[in-house]
Design a protein around this ligand. Structure first.
Ligand code: BDP
Length: 723
């Protein structure tokens, strides 16, 4: 009897827990009921009689979304009109189809949008209020509808404002590092969404919900496969499956791209070489492109990682990046496809500072690529660290369009366990002035094409999405997917606004919840920098999996894979000298920054040890000696996580138990791991500084040997195989 009760209780509890997960599954598209009566009435009036054009598959999805969202938010079914009448309260149609008087009403605004943009405008027609969602092309109507629904979710007074909005960047793209066996490189949220075995026949509802979520934030391109590519995806068997996915995504305005393994002509084409100047190889890629476009007429193109970390590339044949990229570009050009060629390169045969290598290798090629080639550069010169200075290619590359690559998955920022709001990091990079074309040469302006007038503009994000019920592992990691999309749409958006939107669409509009949670999200990025890599320290992660600290690691195959290479701690001090007395990586930046960063008095302190090797008793701006400053930063990071926990605990009244618990448990792990970082790093660095921990820094819980003995052979996300 007792057992039975316990069993029922457990089943009930797991059902409740599951229901919260199912709620998390809805992401920011929850469409919660609007309890405020006046507001609900006002929205009901606006959406009382809806005319939505019937022009294609995309708008059908806009209609589907309205039919899903409005009843949930307002408790009433939507009445659709078959034509525009005097009763119509909401019109959704492209500009060219609007009646003349409405065209006139929106004409001024229509000139200010591009082909993916939209207008939401309320007017009075024959003394009746009318809201119009219009655009130049069908896709704008889908974006406009999602925006309209978001305004409702945020309880905004739609009829009081006119929204005129267009994406500032053309390719707003997710990069999946998904393997064909469904493992995900650097993935911390389960397996790959793409169920290759059941495709093409079985269309998982996930594909549709994934497309909805992306369209709702304006993401319009997705690379399905890992940059460490497998050529098999280019074989007919897989292309048929890719086609099935493309068919789902098309009606949400999303183009599909694939990663192309450079040696594919050998591996799946029976050729003896993949030399880009070989006629047979060129013909093979042209035929392959034709084969793909026959199936997928709007196929986006190829993303290529070549001659990087062991991947094959043109250099295997004595050719260069231009030869390789242009060969593929020629194959794709007749069909309108692009080549996105990654600049993440550093050679094992080159002992130059790794931070300098991509720039050195790629700079001479600026302007030599075909016009459908985009060079994709990571935000920083090393590898997605919690904080990096910007990659010197930005601003220096003037003729060839550059895509910026951010990492949404948290390879170096606590996997899907730590709450870190990444738009803060993305914003920091986008706002940085490179000074390459005078003051105001921000990265946002380089990426959106306004600085150098590039025709092709791209922002890419390595996704954090997987089969976990909540998609991203951590409920708050959804905000990073959301925020990436919003910044790709408009790189000038403010991270505070993005956090605000996400909290209000995901949780509640109640200010008493929104404000403290927003503050918590906005400080979370600095917290992780503090407890992992303060004052410009970088790449001191444990081997391979990058889980936890490993500043002592010194035995990896290549010097630049070892943390000791990056921190250079010895009894004299710590940091990587990248000034003229060291690697001189600073020469790759504009003279203004080169000068400012070369001088320890003028460099922003957050980059200090990235560019300078300094003695342990070096005086920081606040008068502390470097050793104390480092230690206190580690402690500050831990304290910040403590504060995050307090904030979450205070927000409990706004949350159901499961909602509260899931984040609370994750925050406890984050706290534990923040302390682990602090203790392990300080004990290790102390062996060089030989100085006591300053007042205010907690005593480490274990010995250095203990931390060094920790091994994680099964940490998630590790490269299964690079072939
Ligand atoms: C590093 C990752 C590795 C990726 C590589 C890349 O550790 O898994 O393959 O970047 O971007 O950050 O190609």
């Amino acid at each position: 009897m007792k057992h039975k009760t316990v069993f029922i209780l457990i089943s009930f509890l797991s059902l409740v827990a599951q229901s919260q997960n199912l709620n998390d599954y809805k992401l920011w598209l929850k469409y919660n009921k609007i309890e405020n009566h006046d507001l609900s009435q006002a929205y009901s009036k606006t959406t009382n009689a809806v005319y939505i054009a019937n022009i294609g598959d995309i708008i059908k999805n806009a209609k589907r979304e309205l039919s899903l969202a409005l009843p949930q938010m307002l408790g009433t079914q939507v009445t659709y009109e078959s034509s525009i009448t005097s009763e119509t309260t909401l019109i959704i149609d492209v500009f060219n189809n609007l009646p003349e008087d409405l065209k006139l009403a929106v004409k001024k605004n229509i000139e200010n949008i591009n082909k993916e943009g939209f207008i939401i405008q309320s007017i009075s027609r024959n003394n009746t209020p009318l809201t119009i969602i219009t655009s130049k092309e069908e896709i704008g109507l889908l974006y406009g509808t999602f925006r309209f629904l978001r305004e409702m979710q945020m309880h905004e007074n739609i009829s009081a404002k006119t929204i005129v909005d267009s994406p500032k960047i053309q390719l707003r793209m997710l990069n999946h590092w998904d393997n064909l066996d469904r493992s995900v490189e650097r993935g911390y949220a389960g397996f790959s969404l793409w169920n290759w075995q059941k495709l093409p026949e079985y269309i998982d509802q996930r594909y549709i919900d994934y497309a909805r979520a992306n369209a709702s934030i304006g993401i319009n391109a997705t690379v399905l496969t890992n940059v460490n590519a497998n050529a098999l995806v280019l074989t007919p068997m897989y292309l048929e499956k890719v086609e099935a996915l493309a068919n789902v995504f098309r009606s949400y305005g999303i183009q599909v791209y694939l990663t192309a393994r450079f040696s594919a002509p050998i591996e799946i084409g029976n050729l003896e070489t993949a030399d880009p100047l070989d006629k047979n190889v060129q013909e093979w890629w042209s035929n392959k492109a034709a084969e793909i476009y026959k199936r997928i007429p709007d196929f986006g193109g190829f993303l290529v990682k070549a001659n990087s970390e062991g991947q094959p590339g043109p250099q295997n044949y004595g050719r260069n990046h231009v030869d390789g990229a242009n060969m593929m570009a020629t194959a794709l050009k007749p069909f309108g496809g692009n080549v996105i060629w990654r600049a993440f390169v550093y050679s094992e045969h080159d002992d130059t500072d790794r931070a300098k290598q991509a720039y050195d290798e790629f700079l001479p090629y600026d302007g030599s690529f075909k016009d459908n080639v985009i060079v994709q550069v990571k935000n920083g010169p090393i590898d997605f660290q919690p904080r990096e200075p910007f990659h010197p290619m930005f601003g220096a590359y003037k003729k060839t369009p550059l895509a910026i690559e951010f990492q949404i998955t948290q390879e170096y920022l606590g996997f899907s366990t730590h709450l870190v709001f990444l738009p803060k990091l993305f914003e920091e990079i986008l706002d940085i002035d490179t000074y390459q074309k005078g003051t105001g040469s921000t990265i946002a302006k380089i990426i959106d094409g306004s600085l150098y007038g590039n025709k092709l503009t791209t922002m890419a994000g390595v996704t954090n999405i997987g089969t976990d019920l909540n998609w991203t592992g951590h409920p708050f990691a959804q905000a990073n997917w959301y925020g990436f999309g919003r910044l790709a749409w408009d790189p000038n958006l403010n991270s505070g606004q993005i956090a605000d939107e996400w909290i209000r669409t995901t949780y509640t509009n109640d200010k008493a919840f929104v404000e403290p949670i927003k503050k918590m999200m906005l400080t979370s990025r600095e917290a992780v920098v503090n407890y992992m890599n303060p004052l410009g320290l970088h790449h001191i992660f444990d081997t391979g999996h990058h889980y936890g600290p490993g500043p002592w690691v010194d035995d990896l195959g290549r010097p630049d894979w070892n943390p000791v290479y990056y921190h250079n701690a010895d009894k004299n001090g710590i940091g990587f000298d990248r000034t003229t007395s060291g690697s001189n990586a600073l020469e790759q930046y504009a003279p203004f920054l080169e000068k400012a960063y070369s001088n320890t008095n003028t460099i922003p302190e957050e980059y200090l040890l990235w560019f300078h090797h300094l003695p342990w008793d070096y005086k920081l701006n606040n008068g502390e000696i470097l050793w104390d400053g480092i230690a206190l930063k580690y402690q500050e990071g831990v304290d910040q996580v403590d504060d995050m926990i307090k904030t979450w605990e205070a927000a409990k009244p706004f949350l159901n138990e499961e909602q509260f618990n899931e984040v609370h448990m994750l925050l406890q792990i984050q706290l534990k791991e923040a302390k682990w970082w602090r203790d392990a790093c300080l004990l290790y660095f102390q062996t060089f500084s030989n100085l006591p921990l300053p007042k205010g820094v907690e005593k480490p819980a274990h010995s250095l040997e203990y931390y060094q003995s920790l091994k994680f052979p099964f940490a998630p996300g590790i490269k299964p195989s690079w072939n």
